[in-house]
Write a new protein. Structure first.
Length: 123
């Protein structure tokens, strides 16, 4: 039996969709969706999977690792070299929380809107 659903998009709340889309576009190389605007921006991903960014009034970023404002989800990105990827992403505007549970195995960074994401070694 074929699957009932196929994942087509992951959408993140944020205060500035175009700025957050630009960060992820520089970090991933994905192409901007041609209909992106100040309320909703998107990046066209591989195999039809896209990443979206939607404006939310009074946005509050997740507070990781504590849960005063839960992260609710996070993205993981495979990279060839953890150290090199971390340096480049920090240059692009990512943040690095003090709490790094397994820094030799993966890195936790935050995007410019505060969403945590992980860098993991590419297999």
């Amino acid at each position: 039996m074929p699957p009932l659903m196929k994942l087509s998009a992951i959408t993140l709340d944020c205060p500035d969709p175009l700025a957050l889309a630009a960060f992820y576009q520089q970090a991933t190389g994905l192409e901007p969706h041609p209909k992106s605007d100040a309320e909703f921006a998107g990046l066209n991903g591989e195999h039809g999977l896209s990443i979206g960014f939607q404006r939310v009034a009074n946005y509050r970023p997740p507070s990781w690792p504590d849960q005063n404002v839960p992260q609710q989800l996070h993205l993981c990105f495979a990279v060839d070299n953890l150290d090199e990827a971390e340096v480049r992403l920090l240059e692009l505007g990512a943040g690095k929380p003090d709490h790094q549970p397994h820094e030799r195995r993966w890195r936790v960074l935050t995007d410019p809107a505060g969403h945590p994401f992980c860098l993991v070694p590419r297999d």
